[in-house]
Write a protein that binds this ligand. Structure first.
Ligand SMILES: Nc1nc2c(c(=O)[nH]1)N[C@H]1C(S)=C(S)[C@@H](COP(=O)(O)O)O[C@H]1N2
Ligand SMILES: [Mo]
Length: 383
């Protein structure tokens, strides 16, 4: 077996005219992924120097739905784009020290870009499918590599700008930027290949977007959440999996609200006897699925008032769940003080199912689902 040479790849489908067009949409997807990813990362930070907005209530639902959908659409686009350019790997190295150095730098930067892009899409998809075949922290790693990917992408676009502009301005059949050996007809036309790429991206979107967009649910064979679950709402982690079945149903259950030296302990009946408020708010999971619910419960602000907690203070919410990364989370002041933020006792007019957080769970507007703590046992003003 011999190493292939660049001239072995003769299909005229592998053209800058195709690469630039697919690359344009790939760049759009990566741009949307990057920005919506920053939003999601910030929303999950414990520290909010600038308050994350609580309105519109569906804001995070839209940004995270876009994040997962554009990430999924990027998969077929990236594959097509890599297919059109990979013969360039076998181009002979340039002559002369200076050209060789530039060549090595360019190939190196493309290597970084491809590795980072593949890493982001692979870890993102696995995460959306709740499959974690790794031991690193998903969120911090996906966030760090996002910067590598976007940096390498900007560099790549800057280096290729003359070719990109030329190829996009000329027709799709243009050959000005083709490798000299890419002359043989392909199995389909360039337009045909492009249409196939758009179709594949569209199918990828339809197959996953149903976990966010209810009308698409029936066509979303790949949607990682069916929309089924107790009370018509998917479940992320069941009470059994969280190990809270006994504590959540115990007659000894008390919700503790604390501030400074003051503490009150409330039974579920005490909570149910307080003035109730009903709000329609979505659960918008970081993994991309989301669903609206009509929640009834006690505004968290009313609970904080029982212990004289000041406005403008961040609040810690703890779960009966004893282990896992989300047993205690920060409910930032912008949410704690919002009258729409509830300690919910009911969903759709029925007492909460245990898998949705019975006896009581937090539901706040415009928040990542991961921070909507279930089986709440303690609400405490942060020191
Ligand atoms: N205590 C606790 N609360 C939790 C979780 C958890 O694992 N433990 N999962 C969170 C995540 S990731 C999501 S998306 C929502 C899902 O709420 P649901 O299961 O009621 O739909 O609950 C959140 N609250
Ligand atoms: Mo989630």
């Amino acid at each position: 077996m011999r190493i292939p040479s660049e001239a072995d790849f003769a299909s005229r489908l592998r053209s800058a005219a195709v690469t630039a067009r697919v690359g344009l949409w790939l760049g759009v997807c990566f741009g949307i992924c990057f920005v919506t990813g920053l939003v999601s990362h910030y929303a999950q930070n414990a520290d909010h120097p600038i308050a994350f907005p609580a309105s519109p209530v569906w804001g995070y639902r839209v940004t995270q739905g876009l994040h997962v959908t554009t990430g999924t659409a990027a998969v077929p686009l990236l594959l097509v784009k890599l297919w059109t350019v990979y013969p360039r790997l076998f181009l002979r190295p340039a002559r002369g020290a200076r050209r060789l150095l530039l060549d090595a730098l360019e190939r190196g930067s493309i290597g970084v870009l491809v590795a980072a892009a593949v890493f982001q899409l692979a870890t993102g998809l696995a995460n959306a499918a709740q499959w974690y075949p790794w031991s690193f922290s998903f969120r911090s790693t996906h966030y760090a590599i996002a910067w590598v990917a976007i940096g390498a992408l900007l560099l790549h676009v800057a280096v290729k700008l003359p070719v990109i502009r030329g190829a996009l301005a000329a027709g799709v059949e243009d050959t000005a930027y083709d490798r000299p050996s890419a002359t043989e007809p392909g199995v389909l036309s360039r337009r045909g290949l492009l249409r196939t790429a758009w179709l594949a991206a569209g199918v990828a979107v339809l197959a996953t977007a149903g976990s966010t967009v209810p009308v698409l649910r029936r066509v979303s064979v790949l949607g990682v959440r069916s929309g089924d679950g107790p009370m018509g709402m998917p479940v992320n982690k069941s009470a059994a999996a969280a190990g809270v079945t006994a504590s959540a149903t115990s007659a000894d259950y008390r919700l503790t609200v604390a501030h400074g030296g003051r503490e009150v302990a409330l039974t579920r009946a005490d909570l149910a006897a307080m003035p109730q408020s009903t709000r329609t708010l979505p659960i918008a999971c970081v993994e991309g699925w989301s669903a609206n619910g009509t929640w009834t419960g006690v505004p968290v602000r009313d609970l904080l008032d029982l212990v004289g907690a000041p406005r403008g203070a961040d609040v810690l919410v703890s779960s009966l769940q004893e282990s896992g990364p989300y047993t205690t989370i920060v409910l930032h002041a912008s949410f704690a003080d919002d009258e729409r933020t509830l300690l919910a006792l009911a969903l759709g007019g029925e007492p909460l199912a245990i898998d949705h957080g019975y006896p009581a769970r937090v539901i706040a507007p415009d928040r990542p689902g991961v921070l909507q703590t279930k089986w709440v046992r303690r609400i405490e003003v942060a020191a």
